[in-house]
Design a protein around this ligand. Structure first.
Ligand SMILES: [Cu+2]
Length: 124
């Protein structure tokens, strides 16, 4: 039996036992020098969402949104001090329940916000 086949069989019980509806919605947020996408980020209020922050650049960046993370209920992942730190090419995942509102986000590294690393998060 091939390794791929073993892996597929091992994953089968999990796939059957986890209904799709129970999974939080997913949203990928791309990070690069110098920008974020999507722009703005739109999320559903009061619904769990898994945010994947994908740093596509060879530089460190962060996604700082103190009010957004501060008013959200964080279910999984780390957004300590209202920011997600990303090393070069790193991806970090945060699952949270956002509260309705419009929030700002930016990279706190020197000058990066001015160069285009700012965004808005609209939760409705
Ligand atoms: Cu940056």
């Amino acid at each position: 039996m091939t390794l791929l086949r073993v892996a597929a069989l091992a994953a089968l019980p999990l796939a059957l036992s986890a209904p799709i509806a129970a999974q939080p919605a997913g949203q990928t947020i791309l990070v690069w020098s110098f920008g974020f996408s999507p722009h703005p980020i739109q999320l559903a209020a009061g619904r769990p969402v898994t945010l994947a922050f994908v740093n596509r650049s060879g530089s460190s960046h962060d996604f700082t949104a103190k009010t957004f993370f501060g008013t959200s209920r964080i279910l999984r992942g780390d957004a300590a001090d209202g920011e997600v730190e990303l090393k070069p090419y790193e991806t970090k995942v945060v699952t949270l329940i956002p509260r309705a509102g419009t929030y700002t986000a930016h990279c706190s590294h020197f000058m990066h916000s001015m160069l285009g690393m700012s965004d808005r998060i609209i939760v409705s």
